[in-house]
Ligand binder design. Structure first.
Ligand SMILES: NC(=O)C1=CN([C@@H]2O[C@H](COP(=O)(O)OP(=O)(O)OC[C@H]3O[C@@H](n4cnc5c(N)ncnc54)[C@H](O)[C@@H]3O)[C@@H](O)[C@H]2O)C=CC1
Ligand SMILES: CC(C)CC(=O)C(=O)O
Ligand SMILES: [Mg+2]
Length: 353
């Protein structure tokens, strides 16, 4: 079986962590009946430097002729002054839109071996196993925006807009996902003030009627931000919009111990895009300090969702768990006693059999 993977390393720590992901996939080739063909393409600042465009047509074509896409991260100070529409991050948004990946799954669990480091109350982190189901193709990141002068005052706005179709398809995704888990969906919104959130509640309630076996509850996002650190075990599937999912997933990463541990899969009806939830971390780029486990776990999600290789996905996830159980740490988890990006990847690979 041959699988084509488009590889978009991006900026900052993107290339370092993606290289680790590829090494792990190479190891999977050795223990499995699969062959990966990597097709490299540029995105973000890297693409701006080469094509004057953060998401060039060539990259789009390479992605669309592949079976799955692996991405690092984009952005960095070098490109911060570029006008809004041409920034690296807009390249990533265009990529997601072009691939029509509307469902961004961001699982967050707490590893037994990292519980001792947690600042959270021990009784509340016994069984943290959450998946954030974030809408990825709509909302404020894609809404109408403008910067203008109003009565001599500079003004800017970004519009949060959703329609029923967009909400219904992500809601279905969350309910289906919850059936594979603990059958609980929490819709996180701000329906006490936002009309867009009110529409989310209306549509999600309609969809819920078809899933009577799944418990549905509602929570305002400010409360959800608090409950995530107060009592994270109370969540199963968090269903939410683009911006709330973005913010809450970074917050949730601290339950696990580091943003360097959280993977993601972005799915739709066609191709899957796999990337760690973190950004390009310019502060640690090029120093062999980045935690590659989020990217490695994203590769496991690729095997699970795009290639239906559940056994191999579990092997990678188990290898990561073992590395942590055996006390190996990256700089973000223990700044005194740590392995580098490449070295911890070697430890993971040793345990893939
Ligand atoms: N998906 C993407 O490509 C994203 C891109 N960005 C972009 O990345 C750049 C930096 O943004 P920040 O807000 O600083 O977010 P960030 O996620 O890059 O970094 C936040 C903090 O977490 C640390 N961190 C992130 N990933 C890590 C890893 N794998 N191992 C260890 N530590 C890690 C960083 O060192 C930093 O202290 C910006 O240009 C931003 O726009 C931000 C978020 C997502
Ligand atoms: C361009 C941003 C929306 C990327 C980001 O922060 C994310 O998807 O987590
Ligand atoms: Mg984010």
């Amino acid at each position: 079986m041959k699988k084509k993977i488009a590889v978009l390393k991006g900026d900052g720590i993107g290339p370092e962590v993606v290289d680790c992901g590829i090494e792990v996939l190479n190891k999977i080739e050795e223990i499995s009946n699969v062959e990966f063909e990597y097709n490299f393409a540029k995105v973000g600042g890297d693409a701006i430097d080469n094509y004057d465009d953060p998401f060039p047509r060539e990259t789009e074509e390479i992605c669309k002729s592949s079976d799955a896409i692996l991405l690092g991260a984009v952005g960095g100070k070098k490109w911060d002054e570029i006008e809004s529409e041409k920034r690296p991050e807009k390249g990533l948004l265009r990529l997601r839109k072009s691939l029509e990946v509307y469902a961004n799954l961001r699982p967050c669990k707490i590893y037994d071996s990292l519980k001792d480091n947690s600042p959270l109350k021990p009784e509340y982190i016994k069984d943290v196993d959450i998946v954030i189901v974030r809408e990825l193709m709509g909302g404020i990141y894609f809404g109408k925006r403008d910067t203008l002068i109003e009565n001599g005052i500079k003004t800017a706005y970004d519009e949060e807009r959703y329609n029923e179709v967009e909400i219904e398809r992500i809601a279905r995704y969350a309910f289906e996902m919850s059936r594979l888990r603990r059958k609980k969906v929490t819709l996180v919104d701000k329906a006490n003030v936002l009309d867009s959130s009110k529409l989310w509640r209306e549509v999600v309630q309609k969809v819920a009627a078809e899933y009577s076996d799944v418990e549905l509850d509602f929570m305002y996002v400010d409360n959800a931000a608090m409950q995530l650190v107060r009592n994270p075990s109370s969540f199963d599937c968090i269903l939410t919009n683009n911006i709330f999912g973005d913010i809450l997933s970074d917050e949730a990463s601290q339950i696990s111990g580091s943003i360097g541990l959280l993977p993601s899969a972005s799915l739709g009806e066609k191709l899957g895009l796999y990337e760690p939830i973190h950004g390009s971390a310019p502060d640690i780029a090029g120093k062999n300090l980045a935690n590659p486990l989020a990217t490695i776990l994203s590769c496991a999600m690729m095997l699970r969702y795009s290639f239906k290789m559940e056994r191999e996905a579990l092997i990678i996830e188990r290898a990561v768990e073992e590395v942590l159980e055996e006390g190996f740490r990256t700089f973000d988890l223990d700044s005194e006693n740590y392995l580098g990006t490449k070295e911890i990847t070697r430890e993971v690979i040793k345990r893939i059999k």
